[in-house]
Ligand binder design. Sequence first.
Ligand code: NAI
Length: 393
Amino acid sequence: MKITKENGSLRIPDKVTIPFIEGDGIGVEITPICQNVVDQAVNKAYKGKRSIEWKETLGGEKAFKERGDYLPEETVEIFREYLVGIKGPLTTPVGEGFRSLNVALRQTLDLYVCLRPVRWFPGVASPLKEPQKVNMTIFRENTEDIYAGIEWQQGTPEARKVLRFLKEEMGVTQIRFEETSSFGVKPVSKEGTERLVRAAIEYTLKNRLPSLTLVHKGNIMKFTEGSFKRWGYELAEREYSDALADGRLVIQDVIADAFLQNTLLFPERYSVIATLNLNGDYISDQLAAMVGGIGIAPGANINYQSGHAIFEATHGTAPDIAGKNKANPSSLILSSVMMLEYLGWKEAANLITGAMEKAFANGKATHDLARFMHGGQSLGSKQFGETLIQLIN
Ligand code: NAI
């Protein structure tokens, strides 16, 4: 049955249909493992009262083979209709005119939050001395900023036109090498900032987290990143003054470069992070590396207003290890944990997280992690999935 949105909140049926894209490369291996783990946890937690019906939708190479289209319209429509879905990694087709499939889904459904929780699991090797202090959730703005793709290549008539406009109509004088410059535009809006920061505040309050940090480069880019910071604070004061007054909501801000340094030196200072698109891209990868890398970092793209959410492995299709039973399914499994939490199925989510904690604490992991663990035991992807299922039951 379908999830619906009623009176502003999601209605989740006990037998819920979740569309999924299997994914290319290692997606074919990790998706069934992930579904098996989730089914076992849901069954264990709710004893048959709740269950997931997985509905396959085509995307990527499989879609191209069967439909001649990497992202059939029907797939987008299914994600639109069913509200919540999950996807494995997809190959970005090479060649003119192909958009990244991930970007296409994000734009079509206006999934304005890229959500990335980052925590450390005891046993997993980390470059930090005290990785147990890392526990952050990144809200990265997903639709604006220099990533909007508004740019003109050097030497084109369009770039020359932009240059003329900037000089003649806008009085710009500080372009260092006029003739050899490409140009890009960085749109940052009040609405875009407010919906992102609002989602981050709601998350902070709901999960009773110690602070929300606005990360920006407003010292340099005053009207874009600087406004992001100002609009963020203003929104909090306008809509959450009670929570600010009674200490449930603590908001701080920090310049992005200092933030990256501080996350290595004092990770305990940060909990929920709200930031713009480009900063968020760098920050997500650095924080993931601090707790074990891309094989274990989960993610989701969400529109909290419409309820649309697509949970996903954050890594790519890993063609170098595809078909070898070596891929780490943890990123996709932890994305499913996020999905279960989004559905409000916390008991099932906790069973999976608990099983993963035990597996890693005992040195059981796929090769990418086990090779760096003390007494690590490298398991194949399937064996790792089976280990989790044993620990769940
Ligand atoms: P990648 O993430 O696929 O691989 C980078 C390295 O990490 C490789 O050495 C790979 O073996 C390893 N790795 C990745 N996931 C792993 C896992 N679960 N377990 C163990 N090791 C893992 O990035 P790459 O090679 O740059 O991209 C390959 C393809 O994936 C490209 O077509 C790219 O466009 C696409 N891609 C798709 C993404 C998505 O669908 N969200 C994200 C990133 C890349």
